[in-house]
Design a protein. Sequence first.
Length: 377
Amino acid sequence: MQAKDLKTPYFMINEEKLIANLEKAKQLKEISGVKLVLALKCFSTWGVFDLIKPYLDGTTSSGPYEVKLGHETFGGETHAYSVGYSEDDVKEVADICDKMIFNSQSQLAAYRHLVEEKASIGLRLNPGVSYAGQDLANPARQYSRLGVQYDHIKPEVFESLDGVMFHMNCENKDVDAFIRLLEAISNQFGEYLDKLDWVSLGGGVFFTWPGYDIEKLGAALKAFSQKHKVQLYLEPGEAIITKTTDLVVTVVDIVENEKKTAIVDSATEAHRLDTLIYNEPASIEQASDSGEHEYVIGSCSCLAGDQFCVANFEQPLKIGQRLNIMDSAGYTMVKLNWFNGLKMPSIYCQRATGNIELLNEFAYEDFKRSLSQWSVS
């Protein structure tokens, strides 16, 4: 199987690039003693968990199906968290998770009896400080529902808690900014942290970004862990799979209305949703900043503003030409949908040997089944 023979659209995960990120994760663990659990909300493509499992300690979730997936396909530690559990949710996962983290003191009080003696119990705290580029992704935004604010804490809760979780970063590439957040947490919550066994610092710490000072991060994490005598966890998602995967598409038409638009056989609305949600343009491998030929890379959906980016090329684009939309692993495959009845991308992995392995493909029957299973007579 060769890439040129594959039908677009498809995701191609590169094993060598994934391993390079995982080696950085291994380095961080060795320096700091921190444990790393993969954030399945970002990346759940379990067909490559064989590559990730030797490096990480388990998985963390945001809903009951992710808990089940982590338990069944990854193993190690399985952390269960949800912004809002139902009683059925808790019962469904209590026997298969190692840690159950509640978002509020009211949920903790309502359901902890279902989890006691089965899993370690934690509570999410909101430190009121964060590092996030957009308010939409800021856990400490005004009126945030995510975690318990300091002035709302009932101190007696900590007499029967095993750990807490903070999540206050989104694509934080600044190690000094993260260390300042650590210091703020230590100063504000230290009296409570000293009573615990473990603390999760959530995800969004981009320690695999080129040039990131992993040794400095590791030293800060180790010092925090020793100061409060807790086992630290990070919940990386994007950091593990960044720059590992392309979404490969084909130009199916070129139209012009003051600007030229190359329409491709994919859509942000259906296949790369965060591009649309956060208005963050994608990057095209074949593009060139010095190119004289500018194109809007537009989707084939009916949404008027659905486009991947504006890019320049050295040569005019042609119908039938393939383009690689880079860095397309995080928050893509977990958010695929059937908008417009578009063909869903297949998922492949290019192994270090050069072999291409099919992980999943989708057909019309999958689309049909997602909408109704039984006919009404």
